[in-house]
Design a protein around this ligand. Sequence first.
Ligand SMILES: NC(=O)C1=CN([C@@H]2O[C@H](COP(=O)(O)OP(=O)(O)OC[C@H]3O[C@@H](n4cnc5c(N)ncnc54)[C@H](O)[C@@H]3O)[C@@H](O)[C@H]2O)C=CC1
Ligand SMILES: C[N+](C)(C)CC(=O)CC(=O)[O-]
Length: 474
Amino acid sequence: MTRTAAIIGGGVIGGGWAARFLLNGWDVQVFDPDPQSQRRIGEVLANARRSLPSLYDRALPAEGRLSFHDDMASALANAAWVQESVPERLDLKHRIHDQIQAHAPADAVIGSSTSGFKPSDLNAQGARAVVAHPFNPVYLLPLVELVGDAETCARASDILRQIGMYPLTVRKEIDAHIADRLLEAVWREGLWLIKDGICTTEELDEAIRMGFGLRWAQMGLFETYRIAGGEAGMKHFMAQFGPALEWPWTKLMDVPAFTEELVDLIAGQSDAQSGHMSIRDLERLRDDNLVGMMRALKKSGTGAGGTINAHEAGLQVPAAADLPVTVNRPVPQSWTDYNGHMNEAHYSEVSAQATDRFMEMIGCDAAYIAAGGSYFTVENHVRFLNELHAGDRLQVTTQVLAGEGKKMHLFHKLHGPDGTLAATVETLLLHMDLTTRSTSMPAAQVAERLAAFVRAHAALPRPEGAGRHVGQRG
Ligand SMILES: NC(=O)C1=CN([C@@H]2O[C@H](COP(=O)(O)OP(=O)(O)OC[C@H]3O[C@@H](n4cnc5c(N)ncnc54)[C@H](O)[C@@H]3O)[C@@H](O)[C@H]2O)C=CC1
Ligand SMILES: C[N+](C)(C)CC(=O)CC(=O)[O-]
C-alpha cells in the first residue's frame, strides 16, 4: 500500500484531512477548483503544525509531500485513501464519486466526509464509497464515524489508527450517523431557546462550557449519568429522571422556521459575542484549549487521551550512533512563557521523560515498578545554554556516568534544532523499595543492563559540564 492520500475538495474539512495525513507522514494530493484553496489549506496546515505535534511526547514522522492538481485524475493517481469533502449536496457528490470511481486505484479506500448522507444515498449511481465522517478540526479530533461496506470499513479503521484517529463503525446506516443526530438535537433546542428569547447565543454557550460540556469530553453521556445515579446506580437515575420524558422538558420536537429573521438574530448575537476575534484567532484559541484538555486526558488514558497514547506508543524514537536517544519530541506552544521561549519548568519535565525512558531501557519498566522497585531522583543540575521555542524538535541523549549498587548517575543532553546543545541536566537517582519507601538494591536483571551501559559509556569522553556546581566560573 502507498502512503498517498487524495483529497477531493480542500475546504474546512478537506484541509483538515490534508493536514492530518501530511503530519503523519503521508503524501497528499489535492484537487479543488477554487483558486483560494491552496492559500486556505496553507493556513489550516499552519494551525495544525502548531497544535497536533503538541499532543505527543514523541515526534511525529517526517511530514509527507503536499501537491495541488488541476485535474482530479492526477490527484487520484496511486492513492491508497481518497477522501471526498465537497459541499453537502447529493447531486454534486454523485458527480464527484462517478469521477473518483473512474480514476481511483481499484483497491483505494474511498471515504466521504458527508455529515448526513447514507452510503446508499452516495452510492445510488454505482459508486463504492464509505462514509468517513470526521470532526472539525480534523487534525486534532480523533473521531471518524465509518458507515458502509464491512470489509472497506475494516481496512479504513487500520489506516485511520495509523494516523492517530479513532474509527467508530456505525452498525446500521442512518441519516446523520450517530454524532450529528445528537448535535442536531442540541442545535434545534438551542435555536428554539434563542428564538423564544430565553437566552442569547453567549448565555447558551456558557450553559454548555461551564457545566456539562466539561463532563462530556471525558465521560460522554451515559457514564456521566451513571455517576449521577449515586450509589443506587443507573436504574435509580432512570427512575428519577425517566418521567421527564413525559414532562414538557422535551416538547420542542418540531423545528423552528428557518427565516431571515432567525438567521439575523443568531448571526447578530454571535457577532456581539465573538466578533472581536478573527476566525483564525478563534481557531488558535480552540486548538490550544483542545491540546490542553486532550493532554490532561492523556494522563488517565480516558476518551481521546487513550487514542493519543496508543498512537504515541507506535511512534519511533530514532537510534543514535553512540548514546541512546531518550526523548524525541516537539516543544509544545503551552511550554513557552512571557519571554517567548520554553519555560525552565519544562527542562525538568523533559529530563524526567528522558530518565523514565532510560529506566525502561534497563528494565525498570511499568511491570517492574508495579512489583515494587523503582528509582527516585535525589539531585539535578540544569544548565540552560540556548533558547528553545514552540515547535522546535527536541532530542535528548543520555550518558551514564556511574551505575553501581543503588546509585544511577546520568547526564542528559538536550539538543534543539540542527543539533544545537540547548541544555544539560545531570541527575542522580537512587534505587528504592516502593513498599518500605527506603533505598534498596535493584533486581539483578536491572543491575546487569545498567552495568552494560556503564561499560559501553566508559569509553566515551566525560561530557563537558559534568560535575559543575552553581556559580562555578568558566
Ligand atoms: N464544516 C464542518 O463542520 C463539517 C463538514 N463536514 C462535511 O464535509 C464536507 C465538506 O464541508 P466543508 O469542508 O465544511 O465545506 P467547504 O465549503 O469549507 O469546502 C468545500 C470545498 O469543496 C470544494 N469544491 C466544490 N466543488 C468541487 C468540485 N467539483 N471538486 C472538488 N472540490 C470542489 C470547494 O471549492 C471547497 O473548497 C461536507 O460533506 C460536510 O457535510 C463534515 C464534518 C464537519
Ligand atoms: C455542523 N455539522 C453537521 C457540519 C457538524 C459535523 O458534521 C461534525 C462536526 O465537526 O461538528
